[in-house]
Design a protein around this ligand. Structure first.
Ligand code: NAD
Length: 501
């Protein structure tokens, strides 16, 4: 494995500085960027160098309440806007994000570390939620029907749920924001968005883009903060808030669900995963390795959908592991802005230490590092792309999210074993199955306890698909036609027999 030296950067320091100078550094409250009420700030770092990229205002609890004041003040008028008007704001936002794709991509690479090519992919994916929900905004169907007794009538309509708190993680700084903001706009909800403190810059630029697209003041408020609970605490206790949509880790999600119970809030929870990647002996191994690379290495493995456990049928395990390790060992690691970089740094030093602790424990338990297995020396938080062979069942690394470029391979004997091992997890988000036998794939999908299953596919996220998990991976769905329903509430109107009067 090579670490690309910083010889000929594709992106000049001047270009980086120019882009960073365009990112708003304040809090967005009622359509205006302003300082924190106590003047507090926090720094955002480049994980490839550890250097400070920007300093943002750090919202206080008072600022959070001011953001909810703004959201609440315009909720009723925003709910009454024509769906077509909301759709057109989203469509303009899609056009603007697409026009500014290079800025968004570079900003994500700078603050999060992913290679530029991947960041461009996230811009396309993230922008698609804006276009998708611009189309969904005008297709929200209610219904009118006669009661079974044949006299009275039933009218069912969907209304915006009300002001929402949206909390996003650091790993997909644009897509996690658009996946929440777009359906909320489509449904007619107002919002307070709290981006992750590690990667808030993209959300800041996105919020400005929504204003540029014509979103009225107060509909979207953004409160980056170094104190997440200082924002969520007062808002979840405030009766004006009607919903929380959270994407992040399972422990934080559980805490927020408990807090949200005080006011019986609608909740959408997109939490952690422990995706199995199952390879049967009748699979096309070339395709399986290609899919494994995509499912493991997207975002350096820092994805809730990342393949976390490779379950391979015994007779093909050695060959699959050999080919997979060869492909992983050939990847080029470096700063995301460098030409040719395929693997960027992990988000911070703690993340890298956690990944290495899991690898070391697996090796101590009997696994073999077929490739990689160690941090990369030098600046930044790089970790070698790693394949671990012969990982014993029950090893810690198979039981928790790795969130790094590490692939543990373990084996199974029969289809029943594969299903049992896959389901032996508290998580149930993404899963992947490789086989040439379509009925087997369907049989596995019927029995596997995961919200999403890829058949011979290593990447399954799509704005048109309902994304989400079961068990400790969460509640609710984002994207698809299900996505807008998370932001509406159902009202039933009972109508007396029109012939009786
Ligand atoms: P995290 O739970 O640490 O943080 C997520 C967000 O919650 C951040 O904005 C953070 O500031 C905020 N937060 C943290 N503690 C909080 C508290 N006590 N009160 C209120 N807010 C709080 O997660 P992360 O490290 O940013 O992201 C990685 C996790 O997110 C992984 O577990 C990953 O699987 C999960 N994730 C899930 C999905 C999905 O769609 N299911 C997508 C991406 C990431």
């Amino acid at each position: 494995m090579t670490v690309t030296p910083a010889l000929s950067p594709a992106v000049s320091p001047e270009r980086e500085a120019q882009l960073l100078s365009t990112v708003p550094t304040g809090l967005l409250i009622n359509g205006e960027w302003r300082d924190a009420s106590d003047g507090g700030t926090f720094g955002v770092h480049d994980p490839a160098t550890g250097k400070v990229l920007a300093t943002l205002a750090s919202a206080t609890s008072d600022d959070a309440v001011a953001a909810l004041d703004a959201a609440d003040a315009v909720q009723a008028s925003w709910a009454r806007t024509a769906p077509r008007d909301r759709a057109e704001i989203l469509r303009r936002a899609f056009d603007l994000v697409t026009e500014r794709a290079e800025d968004f991509a570079l900003l994500m690479t700078l603050e999060m570390g992913k290679p530029l090519a991947e960041a461009r992919g996230e811009v396309t994916y993230g922008a698609e939620f804006l276009r998708w929900f611009s189309e969904e905004a005008v297709r929200d169907h209610g219904r009118y029907l006669t009661t079974p007794e044949g006299k009275n009538k039933i009218l069912v309509q969907h209304k915006p749920v009300g002001p929402c708190l949206l909390i996003t993680p650091w790993n997909f700084p644009l897509a996690m924001a658009t996946r929440k903001v777009a359906p909320a706009v489509a449904a007619g909800c107002t919002m307070v968005l709290k981006p992750a403190k590690l990667t808030p810059l993209t959300a800041q630029l996105f919020a400005q883009t929504m204003l540029d697209a014509g979103l009225p003041a107060g509909v979207l408020n953004v409160v980056p903060s170094s104190s997440a609970s200082g924002i969520s605490g007062p808002l979840l206790a405030d009766p004006r808030l009607r919903k929380i949509s959270f994407t992040g880790s399972t422990p934080v999600g559980k805490r927020l669900m408990a807090d949200a119970a005080q006011n019986v809030l609608r909740t959408s929870m997109e939490l952690g995963g422990n995706a199995p990647f199952i390879v049967f002996d009748d699979a096309d191994l070339d395709k399986a390795v290609e899919g494994a690379m995509a499912a493991k290495m997207r975002n350096m493995g820092e994805a809730c959908t990342a393949a976390n456990r490779f379950l391979v049928q015994e007779s093909v395990a050695a060959e699959f592991t050999r080919r997979f390790a060869e492909a992983m060992g050939a990847l080029t690691t470096g700063r995301g802005t460098e030409p040719g970089t395929q693997v960027g740094p992990l988000i911070d030093g703690d993340a890298r230490d956690d990944v290495h602790a899991l690898v070391s424990a697996a090796v101590d338990a009997g696994a073999t590092a077929v490739t990689g297995g160690a941090p990369v020396k030098g600046a930044g938080y790089f970790y070698q792309p790693t394949v671990l062979g012969n990982v014993p069942n029950g090893a810690e690394i198979l039981g928790q999210e790795i969130f790094g470029p590490v692939a543990p391979v373990t084996t199974f004997a029969t289809e029943e074993d594969a299903i049992r091992l896959a389901n032996a997890s508290e998580y149930g988000l993404a899963s992947y199955v490789y086989s040439r036998d379509f009925t087997r794939l369907l049989r596995v999908a019927e029995q596997i306890e995961f919200g999403m299953v890829g058949f011979n596919a290593g990447v399954i996220s799509n704005a048109a698909a309902p994304f989400g998990g079961v068990k400790h991976s969460g509640l609710g769905r984002e994207g698809g036609s299900e996505g807008i329903a998370e932001y509406t509430t159902t009202q039933y109107i009972g109508i007396a027999d029109p012939y009786a009067n």
